[in-house]
Design a protein around this ligand. Structure first.
Ligand code: IPM
Ligand code: MG
Length: 327
C-alpha cells in the first residue's frame, strides 16, 4: 500500500463543521514529523455550496487530479435531495475503490476493508410516492479488486473474514465466491461470516477478527460499530485507495453540534495523515506519529469525547511535542 518515490503533493480539503479544526491538528503533527509535503488547498463542501451554489466543480477535480493524494477533514451532507455527497463523488471520480479502516485499542487490532464504489451506493435509484428502490450492484470486477486488496493486507497479517449476506442476497453470492477464490489463490487463511453474525461477534469477541472484507453499506455500518468498540469515532482513520489516487480522512463526520468549539478529537485526522505518510512510503514517520498518539492516549491528554478536558489544539500540540522529543 504505497506510492514510493512519488512527489508528495497533497490536495488539502478542510471541509465543513469540525473539519478545519481537526485538519489544523493533523497539519501541526505533520510539520512536527518533518513530513515535507506540498499542500494545495481546495475548498469543497456544504459551506461552499451555501456560498456559491456549488459544492464541487470540474476545476476542483482537475486540480485534485494534479495531486497525488487528498487529505480531507469532514464534509457535511445535508438531507437536501438536490445535494449530492461530495465525498461519494470524490470516491467515484477518483475511483477510490478500497476503503481501508484500521481499528486499534489495547489488545485489539483489526482492519475493515470496505468496497467503496458499488453495492448499495450504486446510485441506481428511484423515488416515487408509492415506491422507492435502490439497486445493489455487485460486479465481478468490483469484487475482484477489493478482494485482491484485502488479501494483500491479510497476507501480511493473520487471516481474512469475508462478511456477506448470501443466504438472502444473490448479489452477495457473487461477492462471496470471488472473495473465496481470491483468498485461495493468495493462500490466505479465511472464513466467511454472515453480516448479522459479524455485527454480533464484533461486540462479543472483537479479538477474533483480523482483516474483514465486505461490500459498501455493510462496511459503512460495521466500521461505525468497530469505532464504538475501540473507544469512539474520533479516534479512527481511513484511507480511500484507488490504483491512481488516494484520499485520507477521519471516519467521523463534520459534527456541526461541536463545530467551532475547539473540542473535536483530532486523533482520527492525525492517524489519517500517518496512513498517508505510509502510503507515500514513509513508514518510519507514520510509526512515530502512531506511537506519539498512543503516548498521548496513555497520558490521558484527551478531548471531552474520551473523558478528558483538553482542546483539539492541546492534543495536537502534545502529540507534536512528543514527536520532537523522540527525534
Ligand atoms: C463514511 C460516511 C459516508 C458513507 C457518508 C458521509 C456519505 O458515513 O465515510 O462512512 O456513507 O460512506
Ligand atoms: Mg459511515
Amino acid at each position: 500500500m504505497s506510492c514510493r518515490g512519488a512527489e508528495k503533493r497533497v490536495a488539502l480539503v478542510r471541509g465543513d463543521g469540525v473539519g478545519p479544526e481537526v485538519i489544523d491538528g493533523a497539519l501541526a503533527v505533520l510539520e512536527a514529523a518533518g513530513a515535507g509535503l506540498e499542500f494545495v488547498p481546495v475548498e469543497l463542501g456544504y459551506g461552499r455550496w451555501k456560498r456559491t451554489g456549488k459544492a464541487i466543480a470540474e476545476e476542483d477535480l482537475e486540480l485534485i487530479k494534479t495531486c497525488h493524494s487528498v487529505l480531507l477533514g469532514a464534509i457535511t451532507t445535508p438531507p437536501d435531495p438536490e445535494y449530492r455527497s461530495v465525498l461519494l463523488r470524490l470516491r467515484q471520480e477518483l475511483d477510490l475503490y478500497a476503503n481501508i479502516r484500521p481499528f486499534s485499542a489495547p489488545e485489539l487490532d483489526f482492519v475493515i476493508v470496505r468496497e467503496n464504489t458499488e453495492g448499495m451506493y450504486s446510485g441506481v435509484e428511484k423515488l416515487d410516492e408509492e415506491e422507492a428502490t435502490t439497486l445493489r450492484v455487485i460486479t465481478y470486477r468490483g469484487s475482484l479488486r477489493i478482494a485482491e486488496r484485502a488479501c494483500a493486507i491479510a497476507s501480511k497479517r493473520q487471516r481474512l473474514t469475508i462478511v456477506h449476506k448470501s443466504n438472502v442476497l444473490k448479489s452477495d453470492r457473487l461477492f462471496l465466491k470471488i472473495c473465496e477464490e481470491t483468498a485461495r489463490r493468495w493462500d490466505v487463511p479465511f472464513e466467511s461470516m454472515l453480516v448479522d453474525a459479524a455485527a454480533y461477534n464484533l461486540v462479543i469477541n472483537p479479538k477474533r477478527f483480523d482483516v474483514m472484507v465486505m461490500t459498501n453499506l455493510f462496511g459503512d455500518i460495521l466500521s461505525d460499530e468497530a469505532a464504538g468498540i475501540v473507544g469512539g469515532l474520533g479516534l479512527c482513520p481511513s484511507a480511500n485507495l484507488g490504483d491512481k489516487y488516494a484520499l485520507f480522512e477521519p471516519i467521523h463526520g463534520s459534527a456541526p453540534d461541536i463545530a467551532g468549539k475547539g473540542i473535536a478529537n483530532p486523533i482520527g485526522a492525525i492517524r489519517s495523515a500517518a496512513m498517508m505518510l505510509e502510503w507515500f512510503g514513509d513508514a518510519e514517520k507514520a510509526r512515530m506519529i502512531e506511537e506519539a498518539v498512543e503516548w498521548s492516549l496513555a497520558q490521558k491528554v484527551t478531548t471531552p469525547d474520551l473523558g478528558g478536558c483538553c482542546s483539539t489544539k492541546e492534543v495536537a500540540e502534545a502529540i507534536s511535542k512528543r514527536l520532537a522529543w523522540s527525534d
